[in-house]
Design a protein around this ligand. Structure first.
Ligand code: XMP
Length: 517
Protein backbone atom coordinates (compact mmCIF):
# COMPACT_ATOMS: atom_id res chain seq x y z
CA UNK A 1 0.00 0.00 0.00
CA UNK A 2 1.05 3.53 -0.79
CA UNK A 3 2.55 5.56 2.10
CA UNK A 4 0.60 8.78 2.63
CA UNK A 5 2.42 11.97 3.49
CA UNK A 6 0.77 13.91 6.33
CA UNK A 7 -1.24 16.91 5.13
CA UNK A 8 -0.82 20.29 6.84
CA UNK A 9 -4.15 20.85 8.55
CA UNK A 10 -5.79 24.03 9.74
CA UNK A 11 -8.25 23.44 12.56
CA UNK A 12 -11.21 25.81 12.62
CA UNK A 13 -12.94 25.99 15.99
CA UNK A 14 -16.61 26.71 15.50
CA UNK A 15 -18.53 29.04 17.80
CA UNK A 16 -21.74 28.69 15.82
CA UNK A 17 -21.27 31.46 13.28
CA UNK A 18 -23.34 31.61 10.17
CA UNK A 19 -20.12 31.74 8.14
CA UNK A 20 -18.11 28.90 9.71
CA UNK A 21 -18.37 26.64 6.68
CA UNK A 22 -17.37 29.52 4.47
CA UNK A 23 -14.12 29.90 6.42
CA UNK A 24 -13.34 26.22 5.82
CA UNK A 25 -13.97 26.71 2.12
CA UNK A 26 -11.81 29.81 1.89
CA UNK A 27 -8.92 27.98 3.55
CA UNK A 28 -9.26 25.13 1.09
CA UNK A 29 -9.46 27.59 -1.77
CA UNK A 30 -6.04 28.78 -0.60
CA UNK A 31 -4.89 25.15 -1.18
CA UNK A 32 -4.68 24.32 2.54
CA UNK A 33 -6.61 21.46 4.10
CA UNK A 34 -9.00 22.51 6.86
CA UNK A 35 -11.28 20.83 9.35
CA UNK A 36 -14.10 22.42 11.34
CA UNK A 37 -14.34 21.22 14.95
CA UNK A 38 -16.64 22.24 17.81
CA UNK A 39 -15.23 25.14 19.86
CA UNK A 40 -14.92 23.02 23.00
CA UNK A 41 -12.83 20.25 21.41
CA UNK A 42 -10.17 19.32 24.00
CA UNK A 43 -6.64 20.39 23.12
CA UNK A 44 -5.50 16.74 23.06
CA UNK A 45 -8.01 16.07 20.27
CA UNK A 46 -6.87 19.15 18.33
CA UNK A 47 -3.20 18.30 18.84
CA UNK A 48 -3.78 14.83 17.40
CA UNK A 49 -4.26 16.55 14.04
CA UNK A 50 -0.93 18.33 14.44
CA UNK A 51 -2.51 21.63 13.34
CA UNK A 52 -0.39 24.03 11.32
CA UNK A 53 -2.72 26.83 12.48
CA UNK A 54 -6.00 27.35 14.33
CA UNK A 55 -8.81 29.71 13.30
CA UNK A 56 -11.51 30.77 15.76
CA UNK A 57 -14.83 31.60 14.09
CA UNK A 58 -17.43 34.21 14.89
CA UNK A 59 -20.46 33.36 16.93
CA UNK A 60 -23.83 34.76 17.94
CA UNK A 61 -23.05 35.18 21.66
CA UNK A 62 -21.06 37.71 23.71
CA UNK A 63 -17.68 36.74 25.18
CA UNK A 64 -18.68 38.86 28.21
CA UNK A 65 -21.78 36.78 28.97
CA UNK A 66 -21.65 34.44 31.97
CA UNK A 67 -20.73 30.93 30.72
CA UNK A 68 -19.62 32.36 27.36
CA UNK A 69 -18.27 29.73 24.97
CA UNK A 70 -14.49 29.43 25.12
CA UNK A 71 -11.51 27.34 24.02
CA UNK A 72 -9.30 24.90 25.84
CA UNK A 73 -6.75 27.38 27.33
CA UNK A 74 -3.86 25.09 26.34
CA UNK A 75 -4.32 26.58 22.85
CA UNK A 76 -2.71 29.85 24.00
CA UNK A 77 0.45 28.04 25.13
CA UNK A 78 0.75 25.69 22.18
CA UNK A 79 2.85 27.96 19.95
CA UNK A 80 0.45 27.38 17.05
CA UNK A 81 -0.49 30.41 14.90
CA UNK A 82 -4.04 31.57 15.70
CA UNK A 83 -6.44 33.80 13.76
CA UNK A 84 -9.57 34.92 15.63
CA UNK A 85 -12.47 36.23 13.56
CA UNK A 86 -15.12 38.44 15.23
CA UNK A 87 -16.10 36.44 18.34
CA UNK A 88 -12.76 34.66 17.96
CA UNK A 89 -10.92 37.98 18.13
CA UNK A 90 -12.89 39.04 21.20
CA UNK A 91 -11.99 35.75 22.84
CA UNK A 92 -8.28 36.43 22.24
CA UNK A 93 -8.74 39.86 23.83
CA UNK A 94 -10.65 38.42 26.78
CA UNK A 95 -8.31 35.49 27.47
CA UNK A 96 -4.98 37.26 26.86
CA UNK A 97 -5.58 40.44 28.87
CA UNK A 98 -7.15 42.95 26.47
CA UNK A 99 -10.23 45.04 27.25
CA UNK A 100 -13.69 44.70 25.71
CA UNK A 101 -16.75 46.87 25.81
CA UNK A 102 -20.26 45.57 25.72
CA UNK A 103 -22.22 46.91 22.80
CA UNK A 104 -25.29 49.03 23.02
CA UNK A 105 -26.06 48.27 19.37
CA UNK A 106 -24.88 45.76 16.78
CA UNK A 107 -22.81 46.94 13.84
CA UNK A 108 -23.88 45.15 10.70
CA UNK A 109 -22.82 45.68 7.10
CA UNK A 110 -19.99 47.29 5.16
CA UNK A 111 -17.41 49.55 6.82
CA UNK A 112 -14.31 51.35 5.55
CA UNK A 113 -11.27 49.53 6.91
CA UNK A 114 -8.16 51.70 7.41
CA UNK A 115 -4.70 50.17 7.93
CA UNK A 116 -2.65 51.56 10.83
CA UNK A 117 0.64 49.77 10.30
CA UNK A 118 2.54 47.07 8.45
CA UNK A 119 2.17 43.41 9.38
CA UNK A 120 2.43 40.06 7.59
CA UNK A 121 -1.36 39.73 8.11
CA UNK A 122 -2.17 42.80 6.03
CA UNK A 123 0.63 42.52 3.49
CA UNK A 124 -0.64 43.72 0.09
CA UNK A 125 -3.92 45.01 1.56
CA UNK A 126 -4.81 48.55 0.33
CA UNK A 127 -4.63 51.43 2.85
CA UNK A 128 -8.43 51.66 2.67
CA UNK A 129 -10.84 48.91 1.66
CA UNK A 130 -14.37 47.74 2.36
CA UNK A 131 -14.87 45.15 5.09
CA UNK A 132 -18.01 43.39 6.28
CA UNK A 133 -18.82 43.80 9.96
CA UNK A 134 -21.37 41.89 11.97
CA UNK A 135 -20.79 42.17 15.69
CA UNK A 136 -22.01 43.47 19.03
CA UNK A 137 -19.14 43.83 21.52
CA UNK A 138 -15.87 45.49 20.51
CA UNK A 139 -12.26 45.32 21.59
CA UNK A 140 -11.36 48.53 23.41
CA UNK A 141 -7.73 47.70 24.07
CA UNK A 142 -5.47 45.06 22.53
CA UNK A 143 -3.79 42.59 24.94
CA UNK A 144 -0.18 43.23 26.03
CA UNK A 145 2.27 42.43 23.23
CA UNK A 146 -0.36 43.08 20.53
CA UNK A 147 -0.31 45.91 17.98
CA UNK A 148 -3.47 47.43 16.55
CA UNK A 149 -3.30 46.89 12.77
CA UNK A 150 -6.52 48.42 11.43
CA UNK A 151 -9.59 50.36 12.46
CA UNK A 152 -12.95 51.55 11.12
CA UNK A 153 -14.95 54.67 12.00
CA UNK A 154 -16.88 52.88 14.73
CA UNK A 155 -14.34 50.22 15.74
CA UNK A 156 -10.93 51.43 16.77
CA UNK A 157 -9.44 47.95 17.09
CA UNK A 158 -10.62 46.24 13.89
CA UNK A 159 -7.49 44.04 13.62
CA UNK A 160 -4.62 43.27 15.97
CA UNK A 161 -1.69 40.93 16.16
CA UNK A 162 1.26 39.69 18.18
CA UNK A 163 3.94 38.77 15.62
CA UNK A 164 6.08 36.92 18.18
CA UNK A 165 3.32 34.54 19.27
CA UNK A 166 1.75 34.61 15.78
CA UNK A 167 -1.71 35.33 17.22
CA UNK A 168 -3.95 37.65 15.19
CA UNK A 169 -7.54 38.85 15.35
CA UNK A 170 -9.91 40.62 12.97
CA UNK A 171 -13.26 42.09 14.00
CA UNK A 172 -14.63 41.97 10.44
CA UNK A 173 -15.35 38.86 8.37
CA UNK A 174 -12.55 38.14 5.88
CA UNK A 175 -14.39 35.01 4.67
CA UNK A 176 -17.34 36.84 3.08
CA UNK A 177 -17.13 38.08 -0.51
CA UNK A 178 -18.08 41.63 0.61
CA UNK A 179 -14.76 42.05 2.42
CA UNK A 180 -12.55 43.24 -0.42
CA UNK A 181 -9.23 42.17 1.09
CA UNK A 182 -10.68 39.06 2.74
CA UNK A 183 -9.00 36.43 0.59
CA UNK A 184 -5.69 38.28 0.79
CA UNK A 185 -5.86 38.38 4.60
CA UNK A 186 -6.72 34.67 4.87
CA UNK A 187 -3.97 33.83 2.41
CA UNK A 188 -1.51 36.05 4.34
CA UNK A 189 -2.37 34.29 7.58
CA UNK A 190 -1.99 30.83 6.10
CA UNK A 191 1.02 31.26 3.85
CA UNK A 192 2.74 34.28 5.45
CA UNK A 193 2.12 34.08 9.22
CA UNK A 194 1.77 30.29 9.52
CA UNK A 195 4.08 29.47 6.57
CA UNK A 196 1.82 26.69 5.34
CA UNK A 197 2.58 25.70 1.74
CA UNK A 198 -0.28 25.78 -0.77
CA UNK A 199 -0.24 22.06 -1.47
CA UNK A 200 -3.81 20.88 -0.77
CA UNK A 201 -4.89 19.76 -4.19
CA UNK A 202 -7.53 17.45 -5.46
CA UNK A 203 -4.91 15.12 -6.94
CA UNK A 204 -3.44 14.56 -3.50
CA UNK A 205 -6.91 14.09 -1.98
CA UNK A 206 -7.77 11.46 -4.58
CA UNK A 207 -4.50 9.59 -4.03
CA UNK A 208 -4.92 9.69 -0.27
CA UNK A 209 -8.59 8.65 -0.38
CA UNK A 210 -7.78 5.62 -2.54
CA UNK A 211 -5.14 4.50 -0.02
CA UNK A 212 -7.52 5.01 2.88
CA UNK A 213 -10.31 3.02 1.23
CA UNK A 214 -7.91 0.11 0.62
CA UNK A 215 -6.83 0.18 4.25
CA UNK A 216 -10.42 0.42 5.48
CA UNK A 217 -12.12 -2.35 3.53
CA UNK A 218 -9.20 -4.78 3.35
CA UNK A 219 -10.26 -7.78 1.29
CA UNK A 220 -13.99 -7.05 1.79
CA UNK A 221 -16.64 -6.72 -0.90
CA UNK A 222 -18.48 -3.44 -1.30
CA UNK A 223 -21.85 -2.36 -2.70
CA UNK A 224 -22.96 1.06 -3.91
CA UNK A 225 -26.25 2.56 -5.12
CA UNK A 226 -25.73 4.87 -8.08
CA UNK A 227 -28.27 7.59 -8.75
CA UNK A 228 -26.67 9.33 -11.70
CA UNK A 229 -25.81 12.25 -9.43
CA UNK A 230 -22.28 13.53 -8.90
CA UNK A 231 -21.85 12.42 -5.26
CA UNK A 232 -22.58 8.73 -5.73
CA UNK A 233 -20.65 8.71 -9.03
CA UNK A 234 -17.50 10.21 -7.46
CA UNK A 235 -17.75 8.01 -4.36
CA UNK A 236 -18.17 4.87 -6.47
CA UNK A 237 -15.33 5.79 -8.83
CA UNK A 238 -12.95 6.38 -5.92
CA UNK A 239 -13.86 3.03 -4.38
CA UNK A 240 -13.50 1.29 -7.75
CA UNK A 241 -10.02 2.81 -8.20
CA UNK A 242 -9.13 1.42 -4.79
CA UNK A 243 -10.57 -2.10 -4.97
CA UNK A 244 -11.63 -2.67 -8.58
CA UNK A 245 -13.96 -5.60 -9.19
CA UNK A 246 -14.77 -6.02 -5.51
CA UNK A 247 -17.14 -3.06 -5.85
CA UNK A 248 -20.58 -3.76 -7.31
CA UNK A 249 -22.80 -0.80 -8.16
CA UNK A 250 -26.55 -1.00 -8.45
CA UNK A 251 -28.40 1.43 -10.66
CA UNK A 252 -32.16 1.30 -10.25
CA UNK A 253 -33.98 2.71 -13.26
CA UNK A 254 -37.14 3.86 -11.54
CA UNK A 255 -38.74 4.99 -14.79
CA UNK A 256 -38.87 8.42 -13.12
CA UNK A 257 -35.75 9.79 -14.80
CA UNK A 258 -35.52 12.47 -17.46
CA UNK A 259 -35.36 11.92 -21.20
CA UNK A 260 -32.39 9.71 -22.15
CA UNK A 261 -31.00 9.87 -18.61
CA UNK A 262 -30.92 6.16 -17.76
CA UNK A 263 -29.13 5.39 -21.02
CA UNK A 264 -26.60 8.22 -20.57
CA UNK A 265 -25.88 7.28 -16.98
CA UNK A 266 -25.29 3.64 -17.85
CA UNK A 267 -23.07 4.60 -20.77
CA UNK A 268 -20.97 6.83 -18.48
CA UNK A 269 -20.67 4.25 -15.71
CA UNK A 270 -20.05 1.17 -17.83
CA UNK A 271 -18.29 2.39 -20.94
CA UNK A 272 -16.36 5.42 -19.66
CA UNK A 273 -15.73 4.73 -15.98
CA UNK A 274 -15.69 0.93 -16.34
CA UNK A 275 -17.64 0.38 -13.14
CA UNK A 276 -19.15 -2.97 -12.40
CA UNK A 277 -22.85 -1.98 -12.58
CA UNK A 278 -26.04 -3.99 -12.28
CA UNK A 279 -28.97 -2.16 -13.89
CA UNK A 280 -32.41 -2.93 -12.50
CA UNK A 281 -35.34 -1.98 -14.73
CA UNK A 282 -38.03 -1.21 -12.19
CA UNK A 283 -40.35 1.21 -13.97
CA UNK A 284 -43.33 -1.11 -13.73
CA UNK A 285 -42.83 -1.71 -10.02
CA UNK A 286 -42.66 2.01 -9.28
CA UNK A 287 -45.69 2.80 -11.44
CA UNK A 288 -47.67 0.06 -9.70
CA UNK A 289 -46.70 1.49 -6.30
CA UNK A 290 -47.71 4.98 -7.40
CA UNK A 291 -51.02 4.08 -9.03
CA UNK A 292 -53.82 6.29 -7.70
CA UNK A 293 -51.50 8.21 -5.32
CA UNK A 294 -51.73 12.00 -5.49
CA UNK A 295 -50.48 13.07 -2.07
CA UNK A 296 -46.87 14.36 -2.46
CA UNK A 297 -45.61 12.98 0.84
CA UNK A 298 -47.20 9.59 0.16
CA UNK A 299 -45.46 9.49 -3.24
CA UNK A 300 -42.10 10.25 -1.67
CA UNK A 301 -42.53 7.62 1.03
CA UNK A 302 -43.64 4.90 -1.38
CA UNK A 303 -40.76 5.62 -3.75
CA UNK A 304 -38.25 5.54 -0.89
CA UNK A 305 -39.59 2.19 0.38
CA UNK A 306 -39.65 0.63 -3.07
CA UNK A 307 -36.09 1.75 -3.66
CA UNK A 308 -34.90 0.14 -0.43
CA UNK A 309 -36.79 -3.07 -1.23
CA UNK A 310 -35.17 -3.34 -4.66
CA UNK A 311 -31.72 -2.48 -3.36
CA UNK A 312 -31.98 -5.11 -0.64
CA UNK A 313 -33.24 -7.76 -3.07
CA UNK A 314 -30.33 -7.11 -5.39
CA UNK A 315 -27.72 -7.05 -2.65
CA UNK A 316 -28.94 -10.39 -1.29
CA UNK A 317 -28.10 -11.90 -4.66
CA UNK A 318 -24.45 -10.91 -4.14
CA UNK A 319 -22.28 -13.01 -1.84
CA UNK A 320 -20.27 -11.67 1.10
CA UNK A 321 -21.03 -7.97 0.93
CA UNK A 322 -19.73 -6.26 4.07
CA UNK A 323 -19.55 -2.59 3.09
CA UNK A 324 -21.87 0.08 1.68
CA UNK A 325 -20.53 3.21 -0.06
CA UNK A 326 -22.30 6.43 0.85
CA UNK A 327 -21.77 9.82 -0.76
CA UNK A 328 -21.99 11.71 2.57
CA UNK A 329 -20.50 15.21 2.23
CA UNK A 330 -18.76 17.43 4.77
CA UNK A 331 -21.74 19.77 5.38
CA UNK A 332 -23.80 16.70 6.45
CA UNK A 333 -21.06 15.66 8.86
CA UNK A 334 -20.65 19.01 10.56
CA UNK A 335 -24.33 19.92 10.62
CA UNK A 336 -24.96 17.64 13.57
CA UNK A 337 -21.91 18.87 15.51
CA UNK A 338 -22.29 22.62 15.03
CA UNK A 339 -23.47 24.43 18.15
CA UNK A 340 -26.96 25.78 17.78
CA UNK A 341 -27.80 23.61 14.77
CA UNK A 342 -31.29 22.29 15.21
CA UNK A 343 -33.30 19.73 13.35
CA UNK A 344 -35.86 21.90 11.58
CA UNK A 345 -39.47 21.17 10.75
CA UNK A 346 -39.92 18.44 8.20
CA UNK A 347 -41.03 20.04 4.93
CA UNK A 348 -40.49 17.02 2.66
CA UNK A 349 -39.19 13.48 3.11
CA UNK A 350 -36.06 13.83 1.03
CA UNK A 351 -35.07 10.59 -0.54
CA UNK A 352 -31.45 10.18 -1.42
CA UNK A 353 -29.83 6.99 -2.63
CA UNK A 354 -26.81 7.73 -0.44
CA UNK A 355 -28.82 7.56 2.77
CA UNK A 356 -30.55 4.26 2.33
CA UNK A 357 -30.48 0.80 3.81
CA UNK A 358 -30.02 1.18 7.55
CA UNK A 359 -31.49 -2.26 8.09
CA UNK A 360 -28.79 -4.03 6.10
CA UNK A 361 -26.14 -4.03 8.83
CA UNK A 362 -23.40 -3.02 6.42
CA UNK A 363 -20.36 -1.04 7.46
CA UNK A 364 -20.04 2.38 5.78
CA UNK A 365 -17.39 3.66 3.39
CA UNK A 366 -17.79 7.42 3.10
CA UNK A 367 -14.91 8.69 0.97
CA UNK A 368 -16.38 12.20 0.50
CA UNK A 369 -16.90 12.96 4.20
CA UNK A 370 -14.31 15.73 4.18
CA UNK A 371 -15.39 17.47 0.97
CA UNK A 372 -17.70 20.30 0.02
CA UNK A 373 -19.94 19.93 -3.03
CA UNK A 374 -17.71 21.98 -5.32
CA UNK A 375 -14.72 19.92 -4.20
CA UNK A 376 -16.63 16.73 -5.08
CA UNK A 377 -17.05 18.10 -8.60
CA UNK A 378 -13.33 18.85 -8.74
CA UNK A 379 -12.51 15.33 -7.52
CA UNK A 380 -14.84 14.03 -10.24
CA UNK A 381 -12.84 15.93 -12.86
CA UNK A 382 -9.54 14.59 -11.50
CA UNK A 383 -11.01 11.08 -11.73
CA UNK A 384 -12.03 11.68 -15.36
CA UNK A 385 -15.81 11.68 -14.90
CA UNK A 386 -17.69 13.08 -17.89
CA UNK A 387 -18.70 16.77 -17.57
CA UNK A 388 -22.37 15.76 -17.90
CA UNK A 389 -22.11 13.98 -14.55
CA UNK A 390 -19.74 16.44 -12.87
CA UNK A 391 -21.97 19.41 -13.73
CA UNK A 392 -25.30 17.63 -13.46
CA UNK A 393 -27.94 19.79 -11.82
CA UNK A 394 -29.44 18.52 -8.59
CA UNK A 395 -32.23 16.09 -9.28
CA UNK A 396 -34.56 14.82 -6.55
CA UNK A 397 -34.39 11.16 -5.54
CA UNK A 398 -38.14 10.67 -6.30
CA UNK A 399 -37.41 12.02 -9.78
CA UNK A 400 -40.17 13.17 -12.10
CA UNK A 401 -42.81 11.77 -9.74
CA UNK A 402 -42.61 15.06 -7.80
CA UNK A 403 -42.80 17.05 -11.04
CA UNK A 404 -45.99 15.33 -12.17
CA UNK A 405 -48.63 16.86 -9.91
CA UNK A 406 -51.44 14.41 -9.31
CA UNK A 407 -51.27 10.76 -10.32
CA UNK A 408 -48.05 9.46 -11.87
CA UNK A 409 -48.78 7.45 -15.02
CA UNK A 410 -46.59 6.37 -17.92
CA UNK A 411 -48.47 8.77 -20.19
CA UNK A 412 -48.08 11.78 -17.87
CA UNK A 413 -44.38 10.97 -17.36
CA UNK A 414 -43.95 10.99 -21.13
CA UNK A 415 -45.53 14.46 -21.27
CA UNK A 416 -43.37 16.01 -18.54
CA UNK A 417 -40.27 14.37 -20.00
CA UNK A 418 -40.92 15.93 -23.41
CA UNK A 419 -41.60 19.39 -21.92
CA UNK A 420 -38.56 19.11 -19.64
CA UNK A 421 -36.27 18.22 -22.56
CA UNK A 422 -37.35 21.44 -24.31
CA UNK A 423 -36.79 23.59 -21.18
CA UNK A 424 -33.37 22.04 -20.63
CA UNK A 425 -32.12 22.25 -24.20
CA UNK A 426 -33.30 25.83 -24.70
CA UNK A 427 -31.78 27.08 -21.44
CA UNK A 428 -28.53 25.27 -22.13
CA UNK A 429 -28.33 26.71 -25.65
CA UNK A 430 -28.79 30.29 -24.34
CA UNK A 431 -25.95 32.49 -23.09
CA UNK A 432 -27.05 33.37 -19.58
CA UNK A 433 -25.22 35.08 -16.74
CA UNK A 434 -25.67 33.89 -14.12
CA UNK A 435 -26.64 30.46 -15.39
CA UNK A 436 -29.66 29.19 -13.43
CA UNK A 437 -28.77 26.61 -10.81
CA UNK A 438 -31.67 24.35 -11.62
CA UNK A 439 -34.37 24.38 -14.30
CA UNK A 440 -37.17 22.02 -15.22
CA UNK A 441 -40.79 21.57 -16.28
CA UNK A 442 -43.69 20.64 -14.00
CA UNK A 443 -46.86 19.01 -15.32
CA UNK A 444 -49.92 20.28 -13.48
CA UNK A 445 -53.37 18.67 -13.45
CA UNK A 446 -54.86 22.09 -14.15
CA UNK A 447 -56.79 22.23 -17.43
CA UNK A 448 -57.76 25.34 -19.30
CA UNK A 449 -59.42 26.35 -22.54
CA UNK A 450 -57.32 27.25 -25.55
CA UNK A 451 -57.63 27.65 -29.28
CA UNK A 452 -55.37 25.90 -31.75
CA UNK A 453 -55.93 26.22 -35.47
CA UNK A 454 -59.66 26.88 -35.50
CA UNK A 455 -60.50 24.44 -32.78
CA UNK A 456 -61.12 24.68 -29.06
CA UNK A 457 -58.69 22.82 -26.80
CA UNK A 458 -59.11 21.85 -23.19
CA UNK A 459 -55.69 20.71 -22.07
CA UNK A 460 -53.08 20.86 -19.31
CA UNK A 461 -50.88 23.60 -17.96
CA UNK A 462 -47.10 23.11 -17.77
CA UNK A 463 -45.13 25.28 -15.37
CA UNK A 464 -41.49 26.17 -15.93
CA UNK A 465 -39.24 26.53 -12.90
CA UNK A 466 -35.75 28.05 -13.16
CA UNK A 467 -33.90 29.20 -10.06
CA UNK A 468 -30.65 30.74 -8.95
CA UNK A 469 -29.24 29.34 -5.73
CA UNK A 470 -25.99 28.37 -4.01
CA UNK A 471 -27.14 25.24 -2.25
CA UNK A 472 -30.86 24.74 -2.76
CA UNK A 473 -31.59 25.89 0.81
CA UNK A 474 -32.73 29.28 -0.41
CA UNK A 475 -33.42 30.22 -4.01
CA UNK A 476 -34.64 33.03 -6.22
CA UNK A 477 -36.49 32.65 -9.50
CA UNK A 478 -34.19 33.21 -12.45
CA UNK A 479 -34.81 36.36 -14.49
CA UNK A 480 -34.82 34.54 -17.83
CA UNK A 481 -35.02 36.71 -20.98
CA UNK A 482 -38.56 37.00 -22.30
CA UNK A 483 -37.46 35.80 -25.75
CA UNK A 484 -36.14 32.59 -24.18
CA UNK A 485 -39.38 32.04 -22.27
CA UNK A 486 -41.29 32.68 -25.45
CA UNK A 487 -39.26 30.10 -27.38
CA UNK A 488 -39.76 27.50 -24.64
CA UNK A 489 -43.48 28.22 -24.44
CA UNK A 490 -44.05 28.06 -28.19
CA UNK A 491 -42.09 24.84 -28.55
CA UNK A 492 -43.83 23.04 -25.69
CA UNK A 493 -47.32 23.97 -26.86
CA UNK A 494 -46.51 22.98 -30.44
CA UNK A 495 -44.48 19.86 -29.78
CA UNK A 496 -45.98 18.27 -26.67
CA UNK A 497 -49.46 16.80 -27.07
CA UNK A 498 -51.95 17.60 -24.32
CA UNK A 499 -50.42 20.98 -23.34
CA UNK A 500 -52.01 24.29 -24.33
CA UNK A 501 -50.75 26.77 -21.72
CA UNK A 502 -47.40 27.59 -20.05
CA UNK A 503 -46.77 29.47 -16.78
CA UNK A 504 -43.44 30.67 -15.40
CA UNK A 505 -42.95 30.21 -11.65
CA UNK A 506 -41.91 33.58 -10.12
CA UNK A 507 -41.71 32.47 -6.49
CA UNK A 508 -38.55 32.40 -4.41
CA UNK A 509 -37.70 29.86 -1.69
CA UNK A 510 -38.89 30.61 0.92
CA UNK A 511 -41.88 30.88 0.77
CA UNK A 512 -42.11 28.26 -2.02
CA UNK A 513 -39.83 25.23 -2.27
CA UNK A 514 -37.78 24.41 -5.35
CA UNK A 515 -39.74 21.32 -6.34
CA UNK A 516 -43.52 21.66 -6.51
CA UNK A 517 -44.10 18.55 -4.42
P1 XMP B 1 -36.91 21.68 -2.16
O1 XMP B 1 -38.01 21.26 -3.09
O2 XMP B 1 -36.91 20.93 -0.86
O3 XMP B 1 -35.57 21.27 -2.90
O4 XMP B 1 -36.85 23.16 -1.98
C1 XMP B 1 -34.28 21.70 -2.53
C2 XMP B 1 -33.27 20.98 -3.41
O5 XMP B 1 -33.30 19.58 -3.12
C3 XMP B 1 -33.68 18.84 -4.26
N1 XMP B 1 -34.58 17.78 -3.77
C4 XMP B 1 -34.14 16.54 -3.47
N2 XMP B 1 -32.92 15.98 -3.53
N3 XMP B 1 -33.81 13.94 -2.74
C5 XMP B 1 -32.77 14.66 -3.18
O6 XMP B 1 -31.66 14.12 -3.25
C6 XMP B 1 -35.07 14.45 -2.64
O7 XMP B 1 -36.01 13.76 -2.23
C7 XMP B 1 -35.24 15.81 -3.03
N4 XMP B 1 -36.33 16.65 -3.07
C8 XMP B 1 -35.88 17.86 -3.51
C9 XMP B 1 -34.36 19.82 -5.19
O8 XMP B 1 -34.29 19.41 -6.54
C10 XMP B 1 -33.58 21.08 -4.89
O9 XMP B 1 -32.35 21.09 -5.59
Amino acid sequence: MMVQSPVATVVILDFGAQYSQLIARRVREACVYSELLPHDTPWSEIARRNPAAVILTGGPESTLAPNALGVDPRLWQAGVPVLGICYGMQLIARDLGGALVESTHREFGPAALRLLGASPLVDGVPEQSRAWMSHGDTVEQAPPGFTVLASTASCKVAAFGDPDRRIYGVQFHPEVAHTEAGRQIISNFLHGVAAIPATWQMESFVERAIGEIRAQVGAGRVICALSGGVDSAVAATLVARAIGERLTCIFVDTGLLRKGEARDVMHAFRDILHLNVIKVDAEERFLARLAGVIDPEEKRIRIGHEFIAIFEEESLKLPDIAWLVQGTLYPDVIESKTPGSKAGHKIKSHHNVGGLPETMALKLVEPLRSLFKDEVREAGRVLGLPEAIVERQPFPGPGLAVRVLGEVTAERLKTVRAADAIVTSEIEAATLAPRPWQYFAVLTPLQSVGVMGDGRTYANLVAIRAITSEDGMTADWARLPHELLERISTRIVNEVPGINRIAYDVTSKPPATVEWE
